[in-house]
Design a protein around this ligand. Structure first.
Ligand code: ZN
Length: 115
């Protein structure tokens, strides 16, 4: 099969010539084009699953901070004793709820977020 474009001799089974000339009909050309150009170029989309993962980790860190590091008690006047400050306890509780909320939100994003 001689290419009408570049006059190169091609095997009879060849669909395209080295020069890019297509020997088949239009529908073959269309399918060959689809094969030749696969949809590998992913559209720019928001990394929703990464966001969910980050939110879970962030929420856990916030929770851990308020459990392990945050100190809701203050030194009492009596040496060696500590009393819990209700305002600080409230802060700790709010912080835990906040961290937990972020974690749950992240988990929901992971569960329902479309990849
Ligand atoms: Zn050719």
């Amino acid at each position: 099969m001689k290419c009408p474009n570049c006059k190169l001799e091609n095997p009879p089974t060849a669909l395209t010539c080295d020069c890019g000339f297509f020997f088949g009909n239009d529908s073959q050309r269309a399918s060959a084009y689809r094969v030749a150009v696969p949809a590998t170029v992913a559209p720019d989309r928001f990394p929703i699953r990464a966001l969910g993962t980050v939110m879970i980790i962030l929420g856990m860190i916030i929770c851990l901070f308020f459990i392990l590091i945050y100190e809701p008690s203050v030194p009492a006047v009596d040496a060696g004793k500590r009393i819990f400050n209700s305002g600080l306890l409230q802060n700790q509780q709010n912080g835990l709820i906040f961290g937990l909320g972020i974690s749950i939100l992240g988990a929901l994003i992971l569960l329902y977020g479309k990849e």
